[in-house]
Design a protein around this ligand. Structure first.
Ligand SMILES: *Cc1c(COP(=O)(O)O)cnc(C)c1O
Length: 376
């Protein structure tokens, strides 16, 4: 708790410092490549009868929105006088973003990775090492994200004097969900301005996929008080049904505690955390952010889940209709267009957060294509 109290007070101080905000803004512009475009998707719009816009987070440096948060927290760590950054990674996307930010700021970087991920995600492991990070294999349990988080937290609480723990989504104990949300809110702030420039009004609906929930919170947060803007979060329904082969935490989970936060959780009757499944590594997590859990309960946020096979169709649809290969995570948000369980605003404005690019997913696509024996 002591480490968290210190982080909370330091963050409150630094986030109000105009020098810090200026420096963060400069890195967002020159290193990350912001503002990212808000693109009118002409062919999707024709097909679905509304004005579809894509927020192009896939064009960020390192290929997804994660870097917005990493560069922010790395700057915070440097301001706090920390010399070493600790992080966890599952598929390696967060690890690569952390390693890039640390290299740019001259911070030492150590990334924990479960042994299973360590072996199956060797290209991201290599990226991290090229960027100067040290990747540490965690030999416990299933050797995936949960064990990596445990190892990173254990390291942090014993080296809190000189080390900073850089968490990758709006999860974990306070103040992390708040810090990550603040840094990712640049997405929604830009969208608000960009939609207004393009259309002269607020959007009718915002769509984002939810893993831990950082790209969704980042898009939604600046619109929370705009009651007429509908917010829809799309989770990983995995193989479909309620048989445990999914990562639809908000749609199908129950409240509980994981990694220091009270939120919806995939758990069994005894409260043991259940393993999740998704075709996209970035959504394959049994927890979800506490603030998103609150927004679901309050009714402000609507939640739906889509299946892996539907997501694959959206992946190809965006590639072939708009010339953009999306991350499989982002393809979940796109799937809402074909499966609009809460409706679509006819001729209205729909903004979809294209959280990342799909180059990282080509092995999975090849594997799925082979399995299904189809070429669609
Ligand atoms: C990691 C990742 C996600 C899921 O994380 P959130 O915290 O829910 O945003 C979504 N999209 C992409 C491209 C990712 O890399």
């Amino acid at each position: 708790m002591e480490s968290l109290f210190r982080l909370e007070s330091e963050y409150a101080r630094v986030s109000n410092d105009p020098h810090f905000q200026k420096e963060y803004g400069e890195y967002l512009r020159c290193f990350v490549g912001r503002p990212t475009p808000l693109q009118f998707a002409r062919r999707l719009s024709q097909r679905y009868g509304c004005r579809v816009y894509l927020k192009r987070e896939d064009l960020c440096h390192t290929g997804a929105h994660k870097i917005n948060n990493c560069i922010g927290q790395a700057l915070l760590a440097r301001k706090m006088g920390k010399k070493r950054i600790i992080a966890e990674t599952g598929a390696g996307q967060h690890g690569v973003a952390v390693a890039s930010a640390c290299a740019a700021l001259g911070l030492r970087c150590q990334v924990y990775m479960g042994m299973t991920d360590f072996h199956r995600q060797s290209s991201n492991r290599m990226r991290m090492e090229i960027l100067g990070a040290e990747v540490i294999k965690v030999d416990e349990g299933a050797g995936t994200l949960k064990e990596a988080v445990n190892a990173a937290v254990r390291d942090w609480v014993t080296h809190v004097e000189d080390s900073y723990y850089l968490l990758g989504s709006v999860v974990g104990p306070h103040p992390y969900p708040l810090i990550v949300r603040d840094f990712q809110s640049v997405i929604g702030s830009e969208v608000k301005r960009q939609v207004y420039e393009a259309e002269g009004m607020l959007p009718d609906m915002l769509l984002a996929c939810i893993g831990g929930g950082s790209n969704a919170m980042g898009l939604f947060f600046p619109f929370l008080k705009e009651e007429r803007v509908n917010l829809v979060g799309i989770e990983a329904g995995g193989r479909g049904g309620n048989n445990g082969q999914h990562a639809a935490t908000l749609a199908m989970g129950r409240p509980g505690v994981l990694h220091g936060a009270f939120s919806y959780l995939l758990q069994d009757d005894e409260g043991q955390v259940l393993p999740s499944h998704s075709i996209s590594a970035g959504l394959d997590y049994p927890g979800v952010g506490p603030e998103l859990s609150f927004l679901k309960d309050s009714g402000r946020l609507k939640i739906t889940a889509v299946r892996d096979d539907e997501v694959l169709r959206s992946f190809f649809e965006l590639s072939r209709k708009e010339g953009i290969i999306p991350a499989l995570e982002s393809a979940h948000a796109l799937t809402y267009l074909r499966n609009p369980v809460f409706g679509l605003p006819k001729d209205g404005i729909v903004v979809i957060n294209l959280s990342g690019r799909g180059d990282k997913d080509l092995d999975i696509i090849a594997w799925e294509e082979e399995k299904r024996g189809q070429t669609k």
